[in-house]
Structure formats: C-alpha cells, structure tokens
Design a protein around this ligand. Structure first.
Ligand SMILES: [Ca+2]
Length: 160
C-alpha cells in the first residue's frame, strides 16, 4: 500500500491558474463620450500574465475569455487592473482588485464578483468584475505536458 509521507516522487511543483473572465458591471466613465474602452491586466508578482481584449464603448463589457497560466507560489496575490484604452493618450485606470489565491480551495472553480477600487481612494463606486478561477497543483510531469501542449497550441503553426 502506498503511504503518502511527503516524500512522494511526484510532488507538486507548480500551480495552474485557469481563469474565465466573464464580464464587468457599472464601470467608471473615462472618455468624453460618456463611456470607456475597458480591458483587464492580470498581474502576478509585478509581471503581466495576461491582458484581455479591449471592449470599446462599454461600461458593462462582456469579455467571455478563458485562459490559463502557471504560477510558482499561490501565497502571492493576483492583482487585476482595469484600464480605459485611449488611442492618443496614456490609458486611464478604471480601478484595481486583488485575488487572495491562498484562500481558494485547490481544484475547485470559484465564481468571484470583485469590487473595483480606486488606488488613490477618491472614487467610491467603480463597479465590479465577474470571473471564475480554478487553482490546480501540477506535478513535474504534468507541468511538462502542459508546457508542451501550450507550446504546440500557440506556436505549432510556425512549423506546419
Ligand atoms: Ca478611451
């Protein structure tokens, strides 16, 4: 009988974060037209892991984007930053929110509604993001398989 005494030959070496960015509601106005062009950046340890599509002229954007990436340590936070895309100027902040990954039970899909906050603390209500997150630990073997399938999915066409 196999006893898990923590010295298993296949310990978890990484974590896959699967995210389904669904939509947002009640976002703030950043353009003179009375709307905004929102997109979301997903940051882990100051590195942008994913940037969503920009939805033009919407304060209730529906992204419906699914993606995944690997992280080493789920005790770090995932930081989500919403911006208004501007063609001729610097993109404006539309609020930020944090996901405490360590609070999410592994393997389970969590539906999250995250209130956006103004980092400078001047705007009270900035709307919210709706997304689901699944954190799955991977062994070394699984990690290599994921990297390989990601590589062939993304870059396979370069070789065909
Ligand atoms: Ca804009």
């Amino acid at each position: 009988m196999h006893v898990d005494d923590g010295t298993d030959a296949n310990p978890y070496v990484t974590f896959r974060l699967k995210i389904h960015l669904k939509e947002a509601h009640g976002l703030v106005i950043r353009d003179a037209s009375g709307s905004s062009d929102p997109y979301v950046k997903f940051k882990y340890q100051d590195k942008t892991m994913y940037k969503s599509n920009t939805i033009y002229r919407s304060l209730n954007p529906n992204w419906d984007e699914e993606f995944a990436f690997l992280i080493d340590d789920p005790t770090y936070q995932l930081r989500l930053e919403v911006f208004d895309y501007d063609r001729f100027m610097m993109d404006d902040s539309m609020g930020i929110t944090i996901i405490e990954l360590v609070q999410l039970k592994l393997f389970e899909t969590h539906e999250l509604k995250l209130m956006l906050e103004d980092e400078n603390g001047t705007e009270e209500y900035m709307g919210y993001l709706h997304l689901s997150v699944t954190v799955t630990p991977l062994t070394e073997t699984q990690k290599n398989e994921v990297s390989y399938s990601f590589f062939t999915e993304r870059f396979g066409h370069f070789f065909s």
